[in-house]
Each structure stands twice: as C-alpha cells, then as structure tokens.
Write a protein that binds this ligand. Sequence first.
Ligand code: ZN
Length: 158
Amino acid sequence: MSPRQFEDAEGSASGLTARGWLSPSQADELSRRLGVSPRHGPRIPPFGAIAVRKGFVTAEIMEEIVRNQTRLVGAGVRFHLGELLIRRALLSISQALEILAEQGITLLACAKCASQYNVFDAGEGSFSCPACDSTLAPPAAVTTLEVRGTLNKPLTGV
Ligand SMILES: [Zn+2]
C-alpha cells in the first residue's frame, strides 16, 4: 500500500478532489451519498473504531464526528480523525498515540524543519525527512497529531 493510498483510505473524496477528479461540490455530493447514508450510517475508519473499542469515545459521538469530518472533507478541509477528536477535547494525545500504535503507526518528527510523519511498521529502520532529508526521530513531546505525510517501512530497513 502506498502512502497516498493510505491517506485516501481516510478521506477518499478529498483525495479525488486533490487530484482534480472531482470538484468540491461533487466530492460533497459523493460524501453525502457514500458516507452519511441514513440507512447505513457513516463509515467509521479504523482509528475511530479502535477509539470506540477502547472506550475512549462512545460510538454515538464517533458517528457524529465522522459525519462532521465528511462534511469538512466535502468542503475541501481535511483533518485526521485523531486530530479532530483532540481539537474537540474528546481524545487526549496519549490516547491517540495508543491507537496509532495499535495500527502499527509510529509518529516521527524532523528536528530540523519540525515536520511530523506517520510511519508504518517503523521497527528499527531509519527514515529521512522527505522535506529536508534530515533523520527523523520520535518527537520529544507530542503536541499535535498533524502530519505532513505518511511513510512506509524502508526497503533497506533493519
Ligand atoms: Zn525536515
């Protein structure tokens, strides 16, 4: 799975918009049809499902949040679900990191340009910042889940 595909898994309509395949209003319409059908309810992404299973957020609140997120995506605004929950004080940073860990995602930061990345299956591999080529390391203190992108395990990792 490429980083691009992973990102799209959580905001497919906005991914299509970013590529110019859909206008924002078309993406909004698509989100309305696919994401918030009254019959099926909103599709809760894995991050949200884990948050509910761990009891961090109730299923009712999560559905509401996902509905709002789908609306924001339709309007061309994109948030990681975890970031959205943290901004609304529904989830703490440490709870969010616990969920990411369960998804096999490690948050790594660049000391030089301060960009953060979600890294899949990081293990002992070393990663360079795609923006400035410095080595990435776990951030000393996590203050936000906002990331510049998603990185996969390096082909030549340990
Ligand atoms: Zn950097």
